[in-house]
Design a protein around this ligand. Structure first.
Ligand code: FAD
Length: 390
């Protein structure tokens, strides 16, 4: 599909990290693409706390010419202190040791940079407040009906709509989806609060018995900081129905539940909860690992967390997967070759995705968990280089 050939019509579900990153890279290939990104939220979700970019994903963002912009937005975190139940540090780690990576950036900032990088591209458009309701594949294309009522036919449909992707079930068979979403035993709330008078550039990790944990992390802006409330269930996979029922009811009920769990925890709990009540970026999720025996089906595939959510390294994997998918698609000569390109992508990327997952027992740090992150942070992994990437 050269610039003189027919335009490749691409639909991406989800304007988080993987979706816009894919749109960016597809636009850099020699393909003539027209890309629609459908996002369920009515407005861009440029929120979220610290995420890190590790290993080969660093090379990808450098090739996106975003290194300087990312460096100017790093959170300035200098290290991590693990506090005991009296609020005293009993273990400390410097940046680069294990927790704080070289590129620590708020998800809010990274999502904003990726959106900006795509908004100026001629062939990319965003459709907010909508989602895919039905997907039917024929030999010549993927017919999509949107929840808002419109319809369209695309050469490629990508579900980049996060670990709880609803589009995934329209792409893969029931058999492939069986046991694919695995709750790994922790619920986490993320939000911004006004800065507290504590060591400002240190990730403070306050552990208390019964699996409760409060973490505070710096923002590059000194007036706010990131707060995390974690509830780890005693055994992996065991659910807490009180937490889940509150999450189902929405933010107000969830915040009320968090008050009842954390109110009497000591340390900075009261001030963190006070900050939570007025936080505009409150987000709570279940930590999960998504494991699928296949990611592609004909002209459709799952990407990023929707395909392989892996606690602790999801963002790096999302960035790498978007780059490689664009690279493998760049080799096609006609839309008929899309299914083979997707299979090629899976062949290249699957060996780069760890099968183990960062444990949610990281309140009681287990050495093997860090092998996963350490492995992924290794510089010995080589991404494919495509000749059109300059
Ligand atoms: C609001 C938000 C805040 C986050 N905050 C943090 C954080 O603080 N720390 C952290 O480690 N990780 C956070 N994450 C998760 C992190 O971004 C991902 O784990 C990782 O970056 C992989 O990105 P992704 O693009 O695959 O998924 P995501 O970043 O989760 O993006 C998925 C996108 O798809 C959209 N979507 C969902 N369902 C549909 C649908 N049916 N149709 C259309 N669109 C849909 C979502 O609104 C979202 O914009 C957050 C995610 C979100 C959505």
């Amino acid at each position: 599909m050269s610039l003189s050939g027919p335009r490749l019509k691409v639909l991406i579900s989800g304007a988080g990290i993987a979706g816009p990153c894919l749109a960016y890279w597809l636009s850099r290939t020699r393909l003539d693409v027209v890309i629609t990104i459908v996002e369920r939220s009515p407005v861009p979700r440029v929120t979220g706390q610290a995420i890190d970019i590790r290993g080969p994903a660093i090379e990808v963002v450098k090739a996106m010419r975003l290194e300087e912009a990312i460096r100017s937005r790093i959170t300035q975190e200098e290290g991590t202190s693990i506090l005991n139940s009296s609020g005293k540090a009993f273990a400390s780690f410097k940046a680069g040791d294990i927790f704080t990576a070289e590129y620590e950036i708020l998800r809010a900032d990274l999502a904003g940079l990726f959106l900006e990088a795509t908004e100026s591209l001629g062939g990319v458009s965003y459709m907010y407040g909508d989602s895919i309701k039905a997907l039917e594949q024929t030999e010549k294309g993927a017919n999509v009906t949107f929840a808002g009522g419109s319809k369209g036919t695309f050469d490629l449909v990508v579900a980049a709509d996060g670990s709880t992707s609803s589009t995934r079930t329209m792409i893969l068979d029931e058999e492939d989806l069986k046991n694919s979403y695995n709750f790994i035993g922790q619920y986490i709330a993320f939000f911004s609060i006004p800065s507290l008078p504590i060591a400002p550039n240190i990730w403070q990790w306050y552990n208390v018995p019964k699996g409760l944990c409060i973490m505070l992390r710096p923002h590059r802006n000194a007036s706010t900081m990131g707060a995390y409330l974690c509830i780890t269930t005693p055994a992996h996979g065991k659910r807490d129905t009180v937490v889940e029922e509150a999450m189902e009811k929405g933010s107000d009920a969830t915040k009320k539940m968090l008050h009842s769990y954390f109110e009497n925890l000591g340390w900075e709990a009261k001030r963190v909860l006070q900050g939570m009540d007025s936080a505009s970026d409150f987000y709570m999720t279940k930590a999960a690992q998504v494991k699928l025996p296949k990611w592609t089906n004909g002209r459709a595939l799952v990407l990023g967390d929707a395909a392989h959510a892996t606690f602790g390294i999801g963002t790096s994997l999302a960035i790498e997967s978007a780059y490689i998918l664009a690279g493998e698609l760049s080799k096609i000569k006609s839309s008929d070759e899309v299914p083979q390109a997707l299979e090629r992508y899976e062949g290249v990327f699957r060996p780069l995705v760890p099968t183990a997952c960062f444990s949610t027992d990281f309140m009681g740090i287990g050495a093997e968990e860090f092998i996963v992150v350490g492995w992924h942070g290794g510089n010995d992994l080589e991404l494919p280089v495509y000749d059109w990437v300059k």
